[in-house]
Design a binder for this molecule. Structure first.
Ligand code: GLA
Length: 366
């Protein structure tokens, strides 16, 4: 196979036992692709859930570590305890839809509910639990495609989706999303990678210094459904407009932090009038390794989730325990529950339109 990239093969192996929730379990179809640049950054992606399984980058002394949480084999992803969605593309609607209900043009739709009374990350068998078609589309670029059928998890319309992962020589992991539909439907795709810039399984992320380019959030109720308000972060633990340690204010008394059990909130990005254009959304710096990460997106929001549901019962790829808050996600997206929130940017895709959006995670050191 090619030096820089190629199908490493069906490296992933797994057991069929306990895979009742998995729609397709044809292991021959499951492949792992390795993207590698000259700087030594290596990203692995699989067509099971269009998932990023590994991101290896150098620290400031050139030592390599895998900074993405995940599993060594596909059975881990299929049987995931507590459903962490490690590295996957989530959809058709990433994040929550209240009570799994919404209406389009007067027609009510009912989705699968899988998060209490609410719908989360596409339902019981979301895009993270299906096998996508895969195609190598360039140097260090792999395109995953999936046709979500009309009625799947309750959504209207056949939705044809393509997600392309590209690793550049500048150590950017570019994620390009494309979708078309034959009936009006909500669409909100994101990637659910958990990062720990010290390395997966190397303790908590509370010392990571995070900046989010957002002056407001969309506060939630106790079920993590937005109230519809857009609230300034100024003077609250949600102010990440200047970089600060994730753990600095996480234990402060705050109703929103209580609801989220920590940070698990959508931040309203400052797009500077550049709606739909690629702008800087967040930066993260980890002082001991020197690793630095930037997130750019065309999306209007970002869900910052700091691994509050990691309970210390999962072991990582190197056999180390994923502790509580042992990884964070920066899920670029539209706001949660937008189909029920007329004041939020629309997530409805109509026939003839193209859902087209991109996000870049850039890795470096300082
Ligand atoms: C998202 C949600 C969280 C949680 C994780 C997966 O980020 O907002 O509440 O469900 O996914 O554990």
């Amino acid at each position: 196979m090619k030096k820089n990239m190629g199908v490493v093969g069906a490296v992933m192996v797994g057991l069929l036992a306990g895979c009742a929730s998995v729609k397709t379990a044809d292991f021959d179809e499951i492949k792992l692709y390795t993207l590698k640049n000259k700087a030594g950054t290596t990203v692995k992606v699989t067509n099971y859930g269009a998932t990023v399984t590994s991101i290896v980058t150098a620290d400031r002394d050139g030592n390599l570590a895998d900074i993405a949480l995940g599993y060594n084999d596909v059975s881990g992803y299929m049987n995931a305890v507590d459903k962490p969605y490690f590295g996957s593309v989530v959809g058709r609607y990433g994040n929550r839809i209240a009570k799994g209900k919404f209406s389009i043009d007067g027609q009510e739709y009912t989705l699968a509910t899988n998060n209490g009374e609410n719908h989360l990350h596409g339902g019981v068998i979301g895009f993270d639990k299906v096998v996508w078609d895969a195609e190598i589309v360039g140097k260090n670029a792999v395109k995953f495609s999936y046709l979500a059928k009309d009625g799947e998890e309750g959504y209207p319309g056949n939705l044809q989706i393509a997600v392309t992962y590209t690793l550049t020589e500048e150590s950017e992991l570019k994620i390009d999303y494309l979708a078309t539909t034959d009936k009006k439907t909500p669409v909100n795709l994101t990637n659910h990678t958990y990062f720990n810039l010290k390395g997966e399984g190397e303790g908590t992320i509370l010392d990571h210094e995070l900046m989010i380019n957002a002056k407001a959030t969309t506060p939630v109720d106790s079920g993590l459904i937005p109230t519809g308000e857009i609230t300034p972060v100024n003077g609250t633990p949600f102010d990440f407009t200047s970089a600060k340690a994730i753990g600095r204010d996480i234990s402060k008394k705050d109703r929103q932090l209580e609801y989220g059990l920590g940070y698990d909130h959508n931040f309203v990005l400052d797009k500077g009038g550049k709606d739909g254009q690629m702008t800087l959304a967040a930066t993260v710096y980890e002082p001991t390794s020197g690793r630095f990460m930037e997130v750019f997106t065309e999306e209007p929001g970002i869900q910052f989730y700091c691994g509050n549901f990691l309970a210390g019962n999962l072991k990582g790829k190197a056999g180390k325990t994923y502790v509580h808050r042992g990884g964070f996600c920066l899920e670029t997206q539209h706001y949660p529950d937008s189909p029920n929130q007329p004041a939020f940017p629309s997530t409805i895709l109509a026939p003839g339109e193209e859902y087209k959006t991109g996000t870049i995670y850039r890795f470096g050191v300082k």
